[in-house]
Every structure is written in C-alpha cells, then in structure tokens.
Write a protein that binds this ligand. Structure first.
Ligand SMILES: Nc1nc2c(ncn2[C@@H]2O[C@H](COP(=O)(O)OP(=O)(O)O)[C@@H](O)[C@H]2O)c(=O)[nH]1
Ligand SMILES: [Mg+2]
Length: 147
C-alpha cells in the first residue's frame, strides 16, 4: 500500500515499479488492484481522514510512505507507528529536487517513525531497482504480473 501527500508521485511510483504504461490519473478513491493499494493524497493531507489509511492498510504486508523531495513537508510524528505493516519511507522526485529537499524529506520520514528510507525517482527511475528488490524480499513479490 502506498500513502503520502497529494502529488507526491504515489501513482506514478506504482506504475513505474510495475511497468505500467497507462497514463497516471488523479487518484479519487482508495484503489485496490492486484499490484498495490493506491490512496488519494487527501486521505493523508486531512488528518481527520487518517483512519481511512490505517483501516485500508490492515491487510497490507507493506506500506510505502512517500515524501516529495521537491516539496518536503513534515508528517505527524510517529505516523508510521499507527500501521500494522512494516513501513518503508520513500523520498521521491529526486530527479527534480536539490540536496536540501532530499535531506528535509529524509528528516520528515524519520520524524514519522520510519527506519528504512529509499531515495528514488518514480519518473526518472533512480533507486527503483533497489526499492523493488526490498519489496520482493518483504512480500515475496513486487507486482501481480511483470508486464
Ligand atoms: N519530477 C518528477 N515528477 C514526478 C515524479 N513522480 C511523479 N511526478 C509528477 O508529480 C505529479 C503527481 O504525480 P502522481 O503520481 O499523480 O501523484 P500522487 O497524487 O501522489 O498519486 C504528476 O505531474 C507527475 O508527473 C518524479 O519522480 N519526478
Ligand atoms: Mg495518485
């Protein structure tokens, strides 16, 4: 399951990890597919909707918490600890971010209680192989079908 602020690149990241060529559209609801559970950023941006994320994640084996390094924002302290599944932090959009943004994103994820952090670009492809390897280690697979 993938969660994080609106526009952080969550849907683009799922498409890149799973080799989808479909154009990425705005995510209007929690979308359960064979590959992953994608979530609208609004469920993250509005703290009163955090229960949606926590409930939707109960059957997930892994949560990716995505931070946009071009627009780093702090997460609620300890947010990751509300999840039953292990949480991997993803610093995204490093193709377009500077060192400072990447560093702030890392710090934001740490404040959220995340221990393991991957630094990637869903669009440019940097870091995706390593992230995919970790997902496979934890879940036994990354995507439903390698396309
Ligand atoms: N530069 C850059 N832009 C990205 C990256 N990933 C996504 N975007 C752009 O960020 C915007 C939001 O992406 P989307 O995947 O819909 O974000 P979501 O709301 O988190 O699902 C789109 O305009 C994407 O093209 C990335 O790795 N680098
Ligand atoms: Mg989306």
């Amino acid at each position: 399951m993938v969660m994080g602020p609106t526009g952080a690149g969550k849907s683009t990241l799922i498409a890149a990890l799973c080799g989808s060529r479909e154009p990425v559209k705005k995510t209007e609801s929690v979308v359960f597919s064979d590959d992953a559970v994608d979530t609208p950023g609004e469920t993250f941006d509005l703290p009163r909707l955090h229960f949606v994320l926590i409930n939707s994640a109960v059957n997930s084996g892994l949560v990716l918490l995505v931070s946009d390094a071009t627009k780093p924002r702090f997460f609620p302290p300890g947010f990751a600890k509300a999840m039953r599944a292990p949480v991997i932090g993803v610093v995204n959009k490093i193709d377009a971010a500077g060192e400072k943004g990447i560093d702030l994103s890392r710090r934001a994820l740490k404040v959220a209680g995340v221990k393991e952090i991957h630094v990637v670009s869903g669009k440019g492809g940097q870091g995706l192989e390593a992230l995919k390897g970790r997902i496979e280690e934890i879940l036994g697979r990354c995507c439903a079908n390698e396309r």
